[in-house]
Design a protein around this ligand. Structure first.
Ligand SMILES: C[S@@+](CC[C@H](N)C(=O)[O-])C[C@H]1O[C@@H](n2cnc3c(N)ncnc32)[C@H](O)[C@@H]1O
Length: 576
């Protein structure tokens, strides 16, 4: 037996997170629901290309035996892990299941499999991030499977499915829900849109139905299906009444029954309440001002993230789109903060105690997520970053270390650690640089700063000239200059919308990327889509005035200010 640490590392490296039986049963039942006819000889041929100890194939066998007794069942399972395969073999023998278990890398073995023979593929493929795969493996996989961007191992497993399923064959996929909304997820969205239109998607969010660190989704897709309409259901922790406005309280329903119901509901499970929302799958956002783009795209638009659609949601989005002047992303770049890739060397609260202490000109206040309230920066600690760049230069220009002898000595004392960042030095950069320094000349200008991860938006205005850490994003007012209105005024509007209830609802409707306990990610991809109303309207003027007061502290950010803001923003977009 290995040590717990080594077991955990092994589990991560090979993406070994087994599917719990009740979720396996749900996935199996949904696959069968779309597989009315077995193959021509009355045998159901099924594959799990990463089968672990066989849970999914066995669940499919049990579900098929319940609904179609007498159906012949022929299963094939692959896995790298011999011990898991031994368990699968023993379990299948116990349950009298006809199955072949093969050891080895499925991505290589797939080339030897007859094409288009399976009625169903049921799988929870490994989820291993590209950093763990290594750059070379990632490049090879991208080339072989036509993938782009930051891939993980799930992508090639999904890319192989159309080649192995007969026409009308069904893919039952359990994987991270990130593919619905992230840029990298476009790889999976592309395969599904092109060859395997989904018929059901269950975004299981933070329901904890699955123990892995990723939040899961179940996708049922039919090879060469019509793609007419796809049911989209989401389940996530119910945090406030506002978040599931149409849900009917129902504390008795079983979560899996609720996922199959036509109406939204609230479900109690393990002492928590989850909101189940029901709709159809859509891609993209209705945008102004062209009314023809108002209806959601077909899921074929793989560059756009996928989201839930319903008549109520579309009506609300169309109203907002009608009154949208610009999106945030149209007005200014939304940038991530600095990333050093050696925080212990570059970031500290106790610089004076370090020897030698670098020159104060290079030590800059650093804003982290702990420093940000809605509207205002309130420093939690005197965190500073050693920022070795010329802050008057628009382009990244490292300082000359000869001009800063203390910083030079300090950095040289960490030279081995810093020079080991070969991805940086290999790109022709100096060994003492930070990985993502951002635009050095932009720090001095006022900026809107907000944490990447937070339940509600916490957009704050910073005038201190501080540098922003990589756990936050920022919009420079210098980038807003030259737009139709004064930068300060537009910034007040941006913050007003982002921090309002409408901003949150827009985020959930369009971006929908929730982490555990309702926390959201406020990253470029999502924030760029938020809408801004006509800046010349009376409601916009009142929003800006209110935000100005909240930012400078002449009005307290209490409930009544929040309510007034929500009303003004709703009025600006003409929605209730
Ligand atoms: C997320 S687990 C799922 C196991 C099982 N299907 C279940 O749902 O309980 C992923 C499995 O993929 C296996 N695996 C990882 N890379 C693989 C590869 N290249 N070929 C085949 N199996 C692989 C791991 O050993 C692990 O058992």
């Amino acid at each position: 037996m290995g040590s717990p640490a080594r077991d955990a590392d092994d589990r991560k490296r090979h993406g070994r997170h087994y599917t719990p039986p009740e979720l396996a049963d749900f996935l199996a039942r949904r696959v069968l629901a779309h597989l009315p006819h077995p193959g021509p000889d009355g045998t159901l041929r099924v594959l799990d290309p990463a089968c672990g100890d066989g849970e999914l194939l066995l669940a499919l066998h049990r579900a098929a035996a319940r609904t179609s007794p007498g159906l012949r069942f022929a299963a094939i399972g692959y896995d790298l892990d011999q011990e898991a395969l031994d368990r699968a073999r023993a379990r299948a023998a116990d349950e009298d299941v006809d199955a072949d278990w093969h050891g080895g890398d499925f991505l290589t073995a797939a080339a030897g499999l007859a094409e288009r023979r399976f009625d169903a593929i049921i799988t929870n493929p490994p989820y291993v991030r590209v950093q763990r795969l290594g750059a070379e493996t990632a490049r090879l996989l991208s080339r072989e499977f036509g993938l782009r961007g930051r891939i993980d191992l799930t992508h090639p497993f999904v890319a192989l499915a159309p080649r192995l399923l007969r026409t009308g064959g069904v893919l039952g996929l359990l994987c991270a829900n990130r593919f619905l909304t992230t840029k990298a997820g476009a790889n999976i969205r592309a395969v599904l849109s092109r060859d395997l239109p989904p018929v059901e998607i269950y975004d299981l969010g933070d329901t904890k139905l699955f123990a892995a660190a990723v939040l899961p989704a179940v996708t049922i897709a039919v090879h060469a299906g019509t793609g007419a309409s796809c049911r989209h259901v989401s389940a996530c922790r119910h945090v406030s009444a506002y978040e599931a406005p149409h849900a009917h309280p129902s504390s008795t329903a079983d979560l899996f029954d609720a996922l199959l119901a036509d109406a939204p509901s609230l479900v109690a499970r393990n002492g928590r309440t989850y909101a189940i929302e029901v709709g159809t799958l859509a891609a993209g956002t209705p945008v102004r001002p062209n009314p023809s783009t108002r209806s959601p795209d077909r899921p074929a638009a793989t560059e756009s993230s996928w989201r839930m659609s319903s008549p109520d949601r579309e009506a609300w989005l169309a109203e907002v789109a009608d009154r949208t002047w610009r999106t945030f992303g149209e007005l200014a770049p939304v940038r991530v903060g600095v990333k050093t890739n050696a925080d212990e060397v570059f970031i500290a609260e106790d610089w004076e105690r370090r020897t030698p202490c670098p020159e104060p000109e290079l030590l800059r206040a650093l804003l982290t997520h702990r420093d940000l309230r809605p509207w205002r920066v309130e420093r939690a600690a005197n965190t500073r970053v050693l920022y070795p760049y010329d802050v008057t230069a628009a382009q990244r220009t490292p300082v000359d270390l000869d001009d800063f002898p203390s910083a030079a000595t300090y950095l040289r004392s960490h030279r081995a650690r810093l020079a080991a960042r070969t991805y940086l030095t290999g790109g022709g950069r100096r060994w003492f640089e930070i990985w993502v320094p951002q635009r050095p000349d932009r720090w001095r200008a006022p900026k809107i700063v907000f944490p990447d991860i937070s339940e509600r938006a916490r957009f704050a205005l910073d005038r201190s000239g501080a540098v922003v850490n990589g756990d936050c994003y920022w919009i420079s007012l210098a980038d807003l200059d030259g737009s139709a209105c004064a930068a300060e005024y537009v910034a007040q509007l941006l913050m007003g919308v982002a921090n309002s209830a409408l901003g949150l609802r827009f985020y959930d409707t369009v971006c929908g990327n929730r982490l555990y306990s309702g926390r959201r990610r406020w990253i470029t991809q999502y924030v760029s889509r938020l809408p801004l109303p006509d800046p010349n309207g009376e409601p916009a003027r009142r929003i800006a005035a209110l935000v100005a007061d909240l930012v400078d502290g002449s009005r307290e950010a209490d409930d009544s200010a929040g309510q007034l803001l929500d009303e003004l923003v709703a009025t600006a977009f003409g929605v209730g």
